[in-house]
Design a protein around this ligand. Structure first.
Ligand code: AVJ
Ligand code: FE
Length: 439
């Protein structure tokens, strides 16, 4: 698609906004209103908050900032400002009830589509390449992932359904070698990249080995069976303290019954599938597993080099498979499936170095803190990224089965606290390759 053609770009934006809204409608329409206003976990907002927050951010950025319109309901703004009230307190706020929240988001969207038709997609930084519209489509999809996390935390009968992901293909070696050398990290070119992905900059890395695919449940069960959760030497001091305080013994949603591990998944109880990437582990657990395995988590730069660097041209590409947008043959994205694919799936999504499933399936914890790239400039608001920079947050890369293609690329950065595991988080491990990387 030629995004420099305004008609094509408008069509693309409208398609992305619609895709996000269909997903929002699915996630908020699958349960009764009583469940929309309920708190399913203190870690999450009630679903009805996400719904109106989606509409409120769309009104704020598109109707007010781009369109210059007056606020529709200024009195509700503080209710839906994520920095005003912690998630745990949101159920007790005087939120819009479900029918009004839906009507508000719908009303905003109608006006946004009129605005899109009437606005030049150039001539101002928020407008260039339709950036503000792209940011809002990504924002809604990010909250759709958040709402899917809430669905996973909710108890009760299953309400969501999807076909299984594709099977593994081929026989893979355990790890791939990424030779030493510089690569370009981050981007100046992605039109809808968010501020923390910019600017592009060169990073020189020593050679390293990286797991071909994410760590599987079977491999993780070996760590559990070997007493990994009882052995402080595998854990960082903060990790061990947390493991004790929170009484961690297995990934979230796992239970042992009669010597077998079962997991709860969107309302179903099932045996833990051995060949699926492990899911719902904290950074502390991922880090402890890696040390037990005699390995370590990859740094964020290592992850991105493995995912984007093309040794044939020396260029960094948008995705492991090249520059084409993700299709169903490349990666498990967009909630097409309600689970990660088995390790070794998606041969067409392989990177030049032979790594699989870097994009989609599970978010991958990295060793790195969430920090600004050299030359970072907060845009268009400090509260998207800048206020989170620092050692409290660890970076996750690659996106999960719950991430939409519009909010996923080789440069995309996610972050969370190292204790968090309700998110769709897994990991792969790495090790140094001293002397092996001369090219
Ligand atoms: C990038 C996933 C950490 O959900 O807190 C949504 C995305 N920012 N609304 C989050 C976001 C503002 C953000 N994460
Ligand atoms: Fe938000």
């Amino acid at each position: 698609a030629d995004r420099t053609d305004p008609a094509v770009l408008r069509e693309l934006i409208a398609t992305e906004l619609l895709a996000a809204r269909e997903r929002t409608a699915l996630l908020t329409g699958a349960v009764e209103d009583a469940e929309l206003v309920a708190q399913h976990s203190p870690l999450m907002s009630p679903l009805v908050w996400d719904l109106a927050h989606i509409g409120n951010q769309e009104e704020l950025w598109l109707l007010r900032n781009v369109g210059g319109r007056d606020p529709m309901h200024p009195e509700i703004d503080p209710l839906y400002d994520a920095f005003e009230h912690p998630r745990s307190e949101r159920p007790s706020l005087p939120l819009l009830p479900p029918d009004q929240a839906r009507a508000y988001a719908h009303e905003v969207r109608g006006r946004v589509l009129d605005l899109l038709a009437a606005t030049p997609l150039e001539g101002a930084p928020l407008l260039d390449a339709g950036f503000a519209f792209g940011m809002i489509a990504q924002h809604e999809q990010q909250h759709d992932e958040t709402m899917l996390i809430t669905h996973q935390l909710r108890t009760g009968p299953a309400v969501l359904d999807a076909p299984p992901p594709p099977a593994a293909e081929g026989v893979l070696g355990p790890e791939v070698l990424i030779p030493a050398g510089p690569f370009t990290m981050g981007t100046d070119a992605e039109p809808w990249s968010l501020d923390n992905e910019r600017p592009a900059h060169r990073v020189d890395l020593p050679a390293f080995w990286l797991d071909t695919a994410p760590v599987s449940n079977a491999a993780y069960q070996a760590f559990i069976a070997d007493g990994g959760y009882r052995e402080p030497r595998w854990w960082t001091p903060a990790g061990w303290e947390h493991r004790m305080a929170a009484d961690l013994t297995a990934p979230l949603f796992w239970t042992e019954q009669g010597g077998q591990w079962l997991r709860r998944r969107f309302g179903h109880l099932e045996p833990v599938p051995p060949n699926e990437p492990v899911l719902h582990v904290s950074w502390y657990e991922a880090d402890a597993y890696a040390r037990w395995a005699g390995r370590r988590l990859p740094t964020e730069a290592e992850w991105e080099k493995a995912a984007r660097h093309d040794p044939a041209t020396g260029r960094s590409r948008r995705f492991p498979w090249g520059d084409e947008p993700p299709g169903p043959e490349h990666a498990n994205l967009g909630q097409r499936h309600l689970r990660p694919a088995p390790v070794g799936a998606y041969p067409q999504g392989e990177s030049p170095y032979g790594a699989r499933q870097l994009i989609g399936d599970v978010w991958e914890w990295t060793a790195s803190d969430f920090t600004a790239y050299p030359g970072f400039r907060a845009w268009p608001y400090r509260e998207y990224s800048e206020v989170f920079f620092g050692p409290e947050y660890k970076v996750l890369r690659g996106g999960s089965f719950a991430v939409a293609p519009v909010a996923c690329r080789g440069t995309f950065r996610n972050w969370d606290y190292p204790i968090r595991r309700q998110i769709f988080s897994g990991f792969r491990t790495a090790r140094d390759a001293e002397g092996a990387g001369e090219v």
